[in-house]
Unconditional design. Structure first.
Lengths: 77, 325
């Protein structure tokens, strides 16, 4: 199992836009470099990307929740 | 040349600031943490005022296309050369072809990367600092982007030996709760007595809206003394007739969330400024991250000036230590 951590402190979002579907659901397959969420900080958005191929086992943070730098936001299998 | 492989979140060229144009509406910009900035330059052997890179929250990935002497100070965003950890607050050699990258931020919010010779960008109004809101100074007036190439300048003063490092007393600790000293005023008379007290008692939380322009803080609503607003002031009780905003001044629009103005902020306006962060602690507020806590401590002007002298004395000592090592 691999962990995907937020590189930044800020607010975690699971979708690119409130109107759009989420980037990934649990059980979805992802490739290295795929975006799984956004972090908002300093009025800018930074993508959180998977660093490996795999299946999203769990999303650890709720949409709109505040995260710390290095906090695990998802687990990959 | 230094090639930017990845830019990080917001990496900008900064120095000791574009000082002397405030009355024209031009804020100074410059490194937010001037202490860490100055120490980085000393460890790199640079002249005072040399331009460095200010790294915020997430470090860049930089490929050095020439040998260089570097020093990284400030918040702990752990640096690595070719994937191997290297120390901060120490003079480090980097070779042509090496890649400098950074791990997740551990402590503080901003690191300073000084390169012997300084970052070579044009001097605009006496400074190489980037003021992103107007798009002037630094590297093309903006934060670094992937593919940029930085030149190293010629403002090196001394050759500092590799491995020169500072003892702990000169290395600031950045925790997750920050005590920030302020001088109450200029418009604190506009707050009710109770709210003035609450301002100092509360532990404020840094919101995600915290950058080089200002830090917005969350806590509880504060109240202004009701009055009939004077001619020239806005209708909200937090408004006054326009005044110059000191750097570090704190305003509370509508009493809702205090905003501390920093190096890239607007120079004046019509909100009551209830307190001003002392210059020494501007170095520290810039190291507070989103979600961290801030408590304001009221000090006198004498105490503020003493703190400033103490910081200057430390920098003088560091200069002597580095020169004699």
């Amino acid at each position: 199992m691999k962990e995907i951590a937020s590189p930044l402190p800020g607010v975690f979002y699971r979708r690119p836009d409130p109107e759009k579907p989420v980037y990934v659901e649990e059980g979805h397959e992802v490739k290295a470099g795929d975006t799984i969420g956004l972090i908002e900080v300093m009025k800018s958005f930074q993508e959180v990307k998977a660093e490996d191929d795999g299946v999203i086992k769990s999303i650890k943070v709720e949409d709109g929740a505040v995260v710390e730098a290095g906090q695990v936001v998802a687990e990959l299998e | 040349m230094i090639k930017v492989l990845k830019p990080g979140l917001q990496t900008t060229v900064q120095d000791d600031g574009r000082v002397g144009f405030y009355e024209t509406g031009m804020p100074p910009s410059g490194a937010v943490d001037q202490y860490s900035y100055a120490v980085a330059n000393l460890l790199a052997g640079n002249k005072k005022g040399a331009a460095v890179l200010e790294i915020t929250y997430m470090g860049p990935e930089l490929e050095f296309q020439q040998d260089a002497t570097i020093a990284i100070t400030g918040g702990n965003i752990p640096p690595k050369i070719n994937g191997e950890a290297v120390p901060m607050w120490e003079t480090v050699k980097i070779n042509r072809g090496d890649v400098l990258s950074f791990d997740f931020v551990k402590q503080g919010a901003r690191s300073y990367l000084a390169i012997a010779g300084g970052i070579d960008v044009p001097v605009i109004m006496d400074s190489r600092s980037t003021y992103t809101l107007c798009g002037i100074g630094g590297f093309n007036g903006r934060a670094l982007q992937e593919g940029d190439a930085l030149s190293i300048g010629d403002v090196q003063e001394t050759d500092v030996k590799e491995g020169t490092r500072l003892t702990e007393e000169y290395v600031p600790e950045f925790s997750t709760s920050h005590e920030i000293r302020v001088i109450i005023g200029l418009c604190s008379y506009r707050l009710t007595e109770e709210s003035k007290q609450r301002f100092l008692e509360l532990e404020w939380t840094v919101t995600p809206e915290a950058n080089r322009v200002g830090y917005r803080l969350k806590g509880e609503r504060l109240d202004f003394v009701p009055r009939e607003q004077p001619f020239g002031a806005g209708s909200n009780p937090s408004n006054v007739v326009d005044l110059g905003y000191p750097i570090g001044s704190i305003q509370i629009p509508d009493g809702v969330e205090p905003i501390a103005l920093l190096n890239d902020a607007v120079t004046g306006g019509g909100y009551a400024t209830v307190a001003t962060i002392i210059s020494t602690d501007l170095n520290r507020i810039g190291q507070a991250k989103t979600n961290e806590k801030v408590k304001f401590v009221s000090v006198s002007l004498e105490e503020a000036l003493k703190a400033r002298q103490e910081t200057n004395r430390k920098l003088e000592e560091i200069k002597n230590i580095i020169q004699s090592s």
